[in-house]
Design a binder for this molecule. Structure first.
Ligand code: 376
Length: 673
C-alpha cells in the first residue's frame, strides 16, 4: 500500500522548510522559495521508498541495468514526482489552502536540460518506465553545470544564452561524496614484471586526475513505491594530491588539475547528431564512464566474490557510442585491477555491454584521432589496440584474403578509433530504435557486422512515458479517458484499446473536440503571454517541434508556408485558417540550420503583419523549445508534422507524443512513424 497522504503534516512541513531554508514565514516567501520548500517536502515523501527500494534490491540481488548516457533530458521533476507518488491532487489542494497556485509553483522550476533532443529524452523516458515496471536500474551520466543553451530570438535570429540551471540549487539531488572515485588522464604506461604473479603489470604514471563525486536524483515509479536512481557525476580537484604537488613544487600541475576538474563538467555539447571531435568531449566521456564502471564493480564486489559472473548481475546499456569507452574501461579494471587473463576479461565484458544505435547520419559517427585518444587515455588505448588486433584476426579468419573487409570493419583505421566498431565488437547486443531503422542497419549501414554476427542484432522500437506525456501534460484528456475506461490505463497502456469501442460515438467525439479546444486555448494564451502573438484557436494548429536539422526538413515545411501565403495573396482563401507552429534549436555552429530559423522568423514577421493573409494563415516560431514547452504544445496539436527525409529519422519519439494526445500525423514512411 502507498502511504496515505497527510495534508496537515505536508502543510506543516512546507512551512517548516521555508523557515529552515530562508528564515521566513510562508507569507513572506517568494514563489521560488515556496517551490524549493514544496520540493523538499516531496523529496521527504520519496526518501523512505528510496531507501526501501535500494534495501530490497540489496536483498533480492536482481540483475541491474546501468543506462549509460551522456544525456538525460529530464525536464521538470516536481509535477512528475507528485504524479508518480500518487499525490498530485492532494498536494495541489494543500497548496491551494496555503494560498498558492500549483501551476505557478511548478513554473518556478528550471528544466533539467542535460540533453540535446531525442536521444537524451529517450533516456529520461526509459528511467521513468524502468522504475514503473520495477526494474533495478541506474541512469549514469554527467552533472553538467550548464545544460542545453537557452534560445532567445533577437532581430530575427537565434541567440544562445547559457543555461545556469543550478543557480537556485536542485532540491531533488543528493550529493554522495562517500562514493567518490578517482579518474586518471594522460601520462604514460609503465610495464613492470610482477614475478609473484608471473605477469606484466601496467601502471599509469605521470597522469592528471580528478575526483568524480556522484549526485543521486530519485526516479519515482508510478504508484509502486519503487524509487530508482539517476547518478550524475560532478568533477572536483583532488585536494590532497594538490597539496602534495604544491609541496613538491609542482605548482603548475596542481593548477592544471584544478582547471581539469572545473572544465570537465562545465557544459553540455549542444551539437545534436554531430560528432564534435573535441578533446574535452572525450574527457567527459571517459570521466563519467570510468567513475560509473568503478562504482558498478565496487557494488558487485560487496556481495559477490567471483568477478567472472559480473555479467549475471550487470548490463551496461550504451546510449549510442558516446559511452563506448566503457568496453575498454571494464577490460582495464578486469585485467589490471582484478588480475584476470585477457580471454576471461573479454568474455565478461562482451556479456555485459550492449549498444544502441540512434542515427545513421554519417556526420554523427564518432571517430577519434588516435593521436588524441592515446595521449589522453594511454592505457585504454593499449587495450583498444589489443581488442582491434584480435577482432581483425577474427575477420581474417572468416574472410581469408579479404583485406577490403578488414579495412571496412577494423576498429583502428586510417589514424582513427571508430567507436561504433568498438561498441559492436564489445557488446552482446546491437539494437536499432525502430523496425525500419534496424533493417537499414542490418542491410546497409552495419551490413558487414550483421553478416559476421547476426545474432547480436535486434530491434527495440522506442517508446515514451505516458506519465509525463499524457497524465501530466493533458489533464482534460486524462480525465475524459478515465471516465470512459477507468484508470487501469495508467499502469497498463494496452487498456487504451478499449477506447476503440467509442470510435463512432458522436458524444464522445464531441467531448474529444472540446478537450482539444481547451488545450488549444491554453496554448493560445501561453503564446500570447510569452511571445505576444495572438493566434486563432479555431484555426488548424499545424505543428513541427524538434531539433533543427536538414534531414527533418523544416525547410520543406517553410516552403509550404510560402506557397500558402502566395496562394492566399492570389485570392485562394482556405476554408479553415491555419496556424503553423515551429519550435527548434539549431546547434550554434550549424549555419544552414540557423538560416532556416531566420527564414521561419522572416515568414512570421511578413505573414502575421499582412492583413490580407493573417486572418487565414499565421506562423509562430516558439522561442526556446524544450521539454516544458513541449508539454504545453503537444496536447494542443491538430496536425503533427513528421516529414523527415525517408530513412534518416531513426525512430522519432515526438511522433508518439502527438499521437497519444490526439493529433493527426502528417508523415513520411520513416522511423517509427
Ligand atoms: C548526438 C546527440 C548529442 C550529441 C552528439 C551526438 C552525436 C551523435 C548522435 C547524437 N544524437 C542522436 O543520434 C539522436 O538524438 N538520435 C535520435 O534518437 C532518438 C531516440 O532513439 C530517435 O527517436 C531519433 O530518431 C534520433 O534522431
Amino acid at each position: 500500500m502507498l502511504k496515505k497522504f497527510d495534508k496537515k503534516a505536508f502543510i506543516a512541513e512546507v512551512k517548516d522548510n521555508v523557515k529552515a531554508l530562508y528564515r521566513k514565514t510562508i507569507d513572506e516567501a517568494t514563489q521560488q522559495q515556496v517551490f524549493q520548500a514544496v520540493s523538499y517536502a516531496v523529496k521527504d515523501a520519496i526518501i523512505d521508498n528510496w531507501l526501501e527500494t535500494q534495501a530490497q534490491y540489496e536483498k533480492d540481488d536482481p540483475k541491474t541495468v546501468y543506462y549509460m548516457s551522456m544525456e538525460f533530458l529530464m525536464g521538470r521533476a516536481l509535477g512528475n514526482n507528485m504524479i508518480n507518488l500518487g499525490d498530485y491532487d492532494e498536494i495541489k489542494e494543500a497548496l491551494d489552502e496555503l494560498g498558492f497556485d500549483l501551476n505557478v509553483i511548478e513554473d518556478q522550476e528550471p528544466d533539467a536540460a542535460l540533453g540535446n533532443g531525442g536521444l537524451g529524452r529517450l533516456a529520461a523516458c526509459f528511467l521513468d518506465s524502468l522504475a514503473t515496471l520495477g526494474y533495478s536500474a541506474y541512469g549514469c551520466g554527467i552533472r553538467y553545470r550548464y545544460g542545453m543553451f537557452k534560445q532567445k530570438i533577437e532581430d530575427g535570429y537565434q541567440v544562445e544564452i547559457p543555461d545556469n540551471w543550478l543557480k537556485d540549487g536542485n532540491p531533488f539531488e543528493l550529493r554522495r561524496p562517500e562514493y567518490a572515485k578517482e579518474v586518471k588522464f594522460g601520462g604514460y604506461v609503465q610495464v613492470e614484471y610482477d614475478s609473484a604473479a608471473r605477469r606484466n603489470r601496467f601502471i599509469q604514471k605521470g597522469y592528471q586526475s580528478v575526483r568524480a563525486v556522484p549526485y543521486d536524483i530519485p526516479i519515482v515509479g508510478y504508484k509502486n513505491k519503487i524509487v530508482n536512481t539517476l547518478r550524475v557525476w560532478d568533477a572536483e580537484p583532488i585536494s590532497d594530491f594538490q597539496l602534495d604537488s604544491f609541496n613538491k613544487g609542482e605548482y603548475m600541475k596542481a593548477v592544471e588539475q584544478e582547471n581539469l576538474a572545473k572544465n570537465i563538467v562545465e557544459v553540455l555539447y549542444p551539437a545534436d547528431e554531430h560528432y564534435a571531435g573535441k578533446e574535452l568531449r572525450l574527457k567527459q566521456q571517459y570521466f563519467f564512464i570510468s567513475a560509473s564502471v568503478q562504482a558498478a564493480i565496487e557494488k558487485y564486489k560487496k556481495k559477490h566474490s567471483d568477478i567472472h559472473k559480473f555479467y549475471e548481475k550487470a548490463t551496461f546499456q550504451l546510449n549510442d557510442t558516446h559511452p563506448t569507452v566503457a568496453v575498454a574501461e571494464l577490460m582495464r579494471i578486469l585485467l589490471d585491477e582484478e588480475g584476470l587473463e585477457w580471454d576471461e576479461a573479454w568474455e565478461i565484458t562482451t556479456k555485459t555491454c550492449a549498444y544502441t544505435n540512434h542515427t545513421i547520419m554519417a556526420e554523427a559517427l564518432e571517430k577519434w584521432p588516435i593521436e588524441l585518444f592515446s595521449r589522453l587515455l594511454p592505457r585504454i588505448y593499449q587495450i583498444v589496440e589489443e581488442i582491434n588486433h584480435r577482432f581483425v584476426e577474427q575477420i581474417r579468419m572468416m574472410y581469408p584474403g579479404n583485406e577490403h573487409k578488414v579495412a571496412k570493419m577494423a576498429i583502428l583505421y586510417d589514424g582513427q578509433v571508430r567507436m561504433a566498431h568498438l561498441a559492436i565488437a564489445g557488446s552482446f547486443s546491437v539494437n536499432g530504435v525502430a523496425r525500419l531503422h534496424t533493417e537499414i542497419l542490418e542491410k546497409q549501414e552495419l551490413k558487414d557486422f550483421y553478416d559476421m554476427m547476426p545474432d547480436k542484432f535486434n530491434n527495440k522500437t522506442n517508446g515514451i512515458t505516458f506519465r509525463r506525456w499524457l497524465i501530466h501534460c493533458n489533464e482534460p484528456l486524462t480525465d475524459m479517458i478515465t471516465q470512459l475506461i477507468g484508470d487501469g490505463f495508467r499502469q497498463d497502456a494496452m487498456q487504451l484499446e478499449k477506447l476503440a469501442g467509442y470510435a463512432g460515438d458522436e458524444k464522445v467525439l464531441n467531448r474529444l473536440l472540446e478537450v482539444k479546444m481547451a488545450n488549444k486555448r491554453r496554448l493560445k494564451k501561453y503564446i500570447l503571454d510569452t511571445q505576444g502573438i495572438d493566434i486563432d484557436e479555431n484555426s488548424i494548429f499545424d505543428i513541427q517541434v524538434k531539433r533543427l536539422h536538414e534531414y527533418k526538413r523544416q525547410q520543406m515545411n517553410a516552403l509550404y508556408v510560402i506557397f500558402k501565403y502566395l496562394d492566399i495573396k492570389r485570392g485562394n482563401i482556405p476554408s479553415t485558417p491555419v496556424t503553423v507552429i515551429f519550435g527548434a534549436k539549431a546547434a550554434p555552429a550549424y549555419t544552414i540550420a540557423k538560416d532556416i530559423i531566420h527564414l521561419i522568423l522572416c515568414l512570421q514577421q511578413l505573414i502575421n503583419n499582412d492583413p490580407d493573409v493573417s486572418p487565414y494563415l499565421k506562423v509562430v516560431m516558439i522561442e526556446n523549445y524544450n521539454v516544458t514547452k513541449a508539454e504545453y504544445i503537444i496536447p494542443a496539436c491538430d496536425v503533427s508534422e513528421q516529414i523527415s527525409l525517408a530513412s534518416k529519422e531513426a525512430s522519432g519519439t515526438g511522433n508518439m507524443k502527438f499521437m497519444l494526445n490526439g493529433a493527426v500525423t502528417l508523415g513520411t514512411m520513416d522511423g517509427a512513424n
